[in-house]
Design a protein around this ligand. Sequence first.
Ligand code: ATP
Ligand code: MG
Length: 235
Amino acid sequence: MNDGDVILQIRALYKTYELGKENLVRALRGASLEVARGEMLAIMGPSGSGKSTVMHIMGCLDTPDQGEVWLEGRRVDKLKRHELNRVRSRQIGFIFQGFNLIPTFTAAENVALACEYAGMPRRKAKAAAARALTRVDLGDRLSHHPSELSGGQQQRVAIARALVNEPAIILGDEPTGDLDTINSREIMQMMRDINKSTGTTFVLVTHNPEVAAACDRTVCMRDGAVLADEECRPD
Ligand SMILES: Nc1ncnc2c1ncn2[C@@H]1O[C@H](COP(=O)(O)OP(=O)(O)OP(=O)(O)O)[C@@H](O)[C@H]1O
Ligand SMILES: [Mg+2]
């Protein structure tokens, strides 16, 4: 991989959580990883191995104690809060387990909000939201509230929200974790199609071997570090 092909790189990340003076949780202990532009990467590993912590730091939602994060050739781990917000809203999309939709907003309003965060005027945001929802086959559900949608449909709204600002990279923390097998396959297929048609890079934390198998590459985490491919074993 030459440098031009790397969209995201983490170098020797360390993160310790303090739960009182006596109780230190060393969540990351030298985690390093390179993600190629356009690839779909799965991160697996046991509970507590640091997967969500790494995702939060890669997504500029949290900062490491030590180490570096590079996104599209720019170091982002030491940016000021307003710069981080800008990177986060324009360059990165997020999909979480549990969907994280606002219950009192319609599908279209949930998606449009992400555009407004990124500085788009309201009317344009509305149009962009409708386009993104159509992209995930929800063009006929714009005015539905999350409670009026199935789990799979809610996760498709979350995908539309992640996509709408055309980010370079979409990070998913167990995006199929709350879905049954059929919906999980459908969501995975949809992300795969988006990856192929738009070139958007995906990094997905998953416990589901089927999801990992549909990705281009899988890495594993153990004890706060990313293992080399050959050390990777099923949980
Ligand atoms: N905000 C926090 N405060 C204190 N400890 C935390 C915090 N977040 C995570 N930890 C601890 O850091 C370690 C790594 O947690 P993390 O959430 O990254 O694991 P994970 O690999 O995502 O696990 P899972 O598969 O269960 O989601 C765990 O021991 C966890 O208890
Ligand atoms: Mg987690």
